[in-house]
Design a protein around this ligand. Sequence first.
Ligand SMILES: Nc1ncnc2c1ncn2[C@@H]1O[C@H](COP(=O)(O)OP(=O)(O)OP(=O)(O)O)[C@@H](O)[C@H]1O
Length: 478
Amino acid sequence: MATDSWALAVDEQEAAVKSISNLQIKEEKVKPDTNGVIKTSVTTEKTDEEEKEDRAAQSLLNKLIRSNLVDNTNQVEVLQRDPKSPLYSVKSFEELRLKPQLLQGVYAMGFNRPSKIQENALPMMLAEPPQNLIAQSQSGTGKTAAFVLAMLSRVEPAERYPQCLCLSPTYELALQTGKVIEQMGKFHPELKLAYAVRGNKLERGQKISEHIVIGTPGTVLDWCSKLKFIDPKKIKVFVLDEADVMIATQGHQDQSIRIQRMLPRNCQMLLFSATFEDSVWKFAQKVVPDPNIIKLKREEETLDTIKQYYVLCNNRDEKFQALCNLYGAITIAQAMIFCHTRKTASWLAAELSKEGHQVALLSGEMMVEQRAAVIERFREGKEKVLVTTNVCARGIDVEQVSVVINFDLPVDKDGNPDNETYLHRIGRTGRFGKRGLAVNMVDSKHSMNILNRIQEHFNKKIERLDTDDLDEIEKIAN
Ligand SMILES: Nc1ncnc2c1ncn2[C@@H]1O[C@H](COP(=O)(O)OP(=O)(O)OP(=O)(O)O)[C@@H](O)[C@H]1O
């Protein structure tokens, strides 16, 4: 590439560079309330540390907005520690021979049959003698419900000391899991739960009588060692939830390993993760000896049913103008507009509002509860257009979105095309086969180059669109 186009690229990607420079830059920004009303406030650019925090926030967000299982038709991959032992899978909760109160709890939660991952994971987790398990499947596939059921099944209510220990990456995530334990154990009122989280102060010398302890690694470690509130030698089930989020937080990995070392050899160890990068796998092997392994692949996304276009502009203002031209057509359906940084997203949402367009902004600096409320309104169709960044929208499946606008093309931190994110933003799982429209805003030679590389990568033509041709746009959007 010629030097001048690199210079252009540098200009263009200035925001990207900022976001990886680990500098906090104060600036005036706009921020919507939960109804998408935009107000002015001061905020900061994103840093690497925030990016890590985002994983926990994203995970919490997923839990808050999800009320159902994510359907998945992919095959489950099972690797048994002892390949000769028979592989059991169940199609009903009855087959698991649960305690009657637990079965009642499961049905009261509205579960009729085990989810795909539960079909295999539950018989393994409930087997005698207990077996260790490492399980990976995307968020919303029923992992939490599975290990909660395993913990509740193994608890002896008459024994008044902690028997199950569950580690969560954050206080908020621990509370969410706690809620599931309470719901599922509803018909077992004598079962008690304690939260080992910062701020939950107990008197020194005290022993905990609750059967299940759920908490963050630092506090659990203190409770097991320094403060001796828990006798780790009596733990029968150890669960490490959200392992991928866990290892993204400084110190959590070591603390988890130290806790695991205090547990008896026959303690059942279970580890769950939504993703399975190498780092997660290495960590999993350290904390779960002799594991069975279950993996459920994500549903494949394709671009087959998506019409892809690009709009040629000279700068950001022209991109904005082109977007305004498109606006009428895209609001017939529901649309998501992706920007590279929080700053651009906030600017764009404010500018569109000034033009009298109703838009919602989903941004990383909003509280998770606020974000959940914005997504909920969008899902209900109260909001037609959602402006967001990639990090913020990661993992959100909004089935009804039929138009995706890439106000900025997805690039990685080196400025190369981020094909995976492109597919994730606009792709659809073949099973739903829904049609969609994607419009990419291109404003320089460099972004044209990125677009061409994306086109080559997927071997799918991205056609040019003239935003003055409203008839054409409306035809496409419908
Ligand atoms: N067998 C089931 N039948 C119906 N619904 C279920 C079943 N198992 C779990 N659910 C529900 O599906 C949703 C997702 O389940 P769960 O939270 O266990 O998934 P997860 O894989 O742990 O997700 P995350 O990684 O986000 O924690 C929850 O609302 C849960 O109540």
